[in-house]
Design a protein around this ligand. Sequence first.
Ligand code: C5P
Length: 300
Amino acid sequence: MTRAVRVRVPAKVNLALRVGGTDPQGFHELGTVFQAVSLGDEVLAEAAPAGQFRLAFHGEGAAFLPVDDTNLAMRAAKLLAERFQVAGAGVALTIRKRIPVAGGMAGGSADAAAVLVACNALWDVGAMRDELQPLAAELGSDVPFLLVGGTAIGTGRGVDLTSVMTSGTYHWTFALSHAGLSTPAVFKEFDRTTEPQSTEIPSRLLEGLRAGDAAVVGANLTNDLEAAAIALQPGLEHTLKLGLEAGALGAIVSGSGPTCAFLAGSDAHSIELAEALAVFSGVRAVRRAFGPVAGAQVLP
Ligand code: C5P
């Protein structure tokens, strides 16, 4: 049996997030374009005696995270053990966090995706990625994308994925907020203030991605949840404005927020954006990353 497996997993940013009506379970129909970015977490899965499931976090926001069954990472390990009837399953998980917690970059979902991949290898389950996808979808709407990575359109709850043809590398600067936002709270605010709308993805965005034209991509970034996130954290409006004044090709709240994402024209430009954003007291920290990158991967 394998003794330890290390997995790297990316964060995501939504280049488009269109939100429609709700299904009977209260989930919204989405039309979204995900991109996996190089800001990521790392999961170490080590062999543990049968029935022992342990979880520990280090790094960004570690102190705020539960380590019991309410954590999606723990649920991912137990779900895999149960569905594949792994005899003697046990694992000690240690997660090094870089993705902001409750930040709109799918940090919790990323960890769950990484745990599926890590435990699949640790326990020699031998499941193919396709076989992990239904478990991922059960765990959360962003988890399936973080297994595959790259750039992809997500429809339905966000779990029906089609990969998107892209050219080039996109340079991002992220502005992290002092406080997190709860995704259900942002959707609730959206419902309170907005009529269900079309989930169509702007064709110009897809054209820009295909051509590798960052200026076109930047001009066509769109997020239907942005107004709701700003209503709950009004300072985000100023953060977005600062990035645009510093020459960002596009500025957007990432997913349900509150992290703000800025598209830069080059690596050097993303440093300039980071410097301009870091001075605002409403910004806790800045991070730079590039995309697209692969989904959860076992490290050698
Ligand atoms: O799927 P996940 O658990 O990540 O979703 C978190 C919350 O986001 C849900 O409980 C729901 O409030 C909201 N959500 C939604 N429609 C989606 C995805 C998420 O309303 N398609």
